[in-house]
Design a protein around this ligand. Sequence first.
Ligand SMILES: Cc1ncc(COP(=O)(O)O)c(C=O)c1O
Length: 489
Amino acid sequence: MTRTMETVFEASRKGRKGYALPKLDVPAADCGAVLGDACRKEAPRLPEMAEVDVVRHFTGLSKMNYSVDDGFYPLGSCTMKYNPKLNEAAARMAGFALAHPLQPEDTVQGALKLLYDLGVMLGEVTGMDAFTLQPAAGAHGEQTGLMMIKAWHESRGEGHRNKILVPDSAHGTNPASATVTGFDTVEVASDDEGMVDLDSLKSLLDDSVAGLMLTNPNTLGIFEKHVLELTDAVHKAGGLVYYDGANANAILGKTRPGDMGFDVLHLNLHKTFSTPHGGGGPGSGAVGVKAILEPFLPAPIVTCRDGRYTLVGAEERPKSIGRVRSFYGNFGVLVRAYTYLRTLGAEGLEEVAEMAVLNANYLAKKLSGLYPLAHKGCCMHEFVLNGGPLKSETGVSSMDVAKALIDAGYHPPTVYFPLIVPEALMVEPTETEAMETLDKFAASMEAIVARARSEGPEAFHAMPESTPISRPDETTAARNPVLRWQFED
Ligand SMILES: Cc1ncc(COP(=O)(O)O)c(C=O)c1O
C-alpha cells in the first residue's frame, strides 16, 4: 500500500492553532525599537496546525524511515549492523552529553580519559602506535591520513612525490580524497581473482609515488592474499601505505593492519564500532598511525601526564598538520565506540569477525544458485553478486531487483558498486543477523528472480509501490533537490 503524506504547508489551515496562551496583560513590546530594521514587516508564513496534527505528521514521517531497528539492511560496504542500546545510554549520560568543549580540563577528566583510552584500545585492535579521533567521517579520515603522508614526504625533502596509487576496486572516496589533498591518482588494475595485480602495481612504482591506498578486505569482500608483498613493494619504492579500514568488521581480533605493513589507516567508528549512521549523521573516521607519522597527527591530542589527562596543542607539536575539525571529534560517536569495545572485550570482537564472515558466506552460498558470485571461494564480511546474466536473460536489472526488495520489506543491497562488476549487487549481512533472517531474505530474492523469469521487466517498472515516491530521477534528485516550499500566492 502506498503511503502518501501532505507537507505541513499543505496541511495548514488559516487560523488553526497548536497552542493556547493567556491573554496579553502587559504592553506589547515595540519590536522596531529593539531590533530596528531587523524587525520583520510581516509575520512569517508558518504552517498553522493543531497539536495533534503536528504530532501525527512527524510520527508519520518517522515511520517512513527504514532503519536497522526496522529490519534487515544488507547494504554492502556500509555495515548497517544493529547498535546495542547500551551505547546510546552511555552517550546520553549527562556528564558526557552536556559537557562543554571549552570546560576547564579539571572538570572533564572523565571525558578526556575516555578519549585517551579509546585511542589506546583502537591502537591495540589495529596494531597502530597512535590515534587521532578528530576526523568526522571515513572520507575525512582519508584526507587527514593523506595530509600526513604528504607532510612526511615534505619533511624528508621528497615533496615531489605527487602520486597516490588506488586499485580499480576502491571506494570512490579514495581517489576523491587523494585529489582533494593535492595528489594525482593513478589506478591499479585488479587481477582475475579480484585482488590487486601485483605486477601492475610494481610497474607503477617509482620515485613520484607518495603511497598506495588499499582496502582489505577489498570491496569484493576478498582478503588481499599478497598484502605483505604489496606493502613491502611500496615501502621499497619509498612510499607509504594507507589502509582504508572503513570495513574492518571481518578482521577484528583476527589480524591487524599494523602487522600487514600499513603506515596509516582510518576506521569508520560509525560502522564497525556500532554507531547508527546513514543520512549524513555524525560519524568518526578515527585515524591511526605508526610511530613515524605520530609527530604529524592533528593537534590537539590527549595525553596523560602524571595521572592527569590534558590536551596538547600545536605549540608543543610543531610538525602537526594542524586541526582538521573543531574541538575533538564527534564525541557522542566516540562514547559509543568506547562502550562497544569495553562491553565486547577481545573475545567478543573476535566473535564479531567470525559471525560477520560466517553470515556472509552462508548467505552467499544460499544466493549463489540465483546469481553468479563475482568472486569464487570464501568471502569475508560481504560479497558481490553479478546481476548481468539475469538482466540478459530476463531484462530485469539489479536496480529493478533492488526496488522489488523494498516492496518485500527490505533495504536493498548496494547496487552498481564496485564498478568492476556489471550489474553488481553488493551484500553485507553483518554479524548481528540471525540465520532465520538470512533465510527469509534469500527466499524473497528467490521469489523476485522467479517473477523476473515468469513476468519479465514490465512487472518491475512500477516498483517500489509501497513508498510515497516510486522512482525519482536520482541524478536530478541529488543535484537539484527541491528543499523549499513554494507558496502559490
Ligand atoms: C571502503 C570505504 N571507504 C571509505 C568510506 C567513506 O566513509 P564515510 O562515508 O564515513 O565518509 C566508506 C563508506 O561507506 C567505505 O565503505
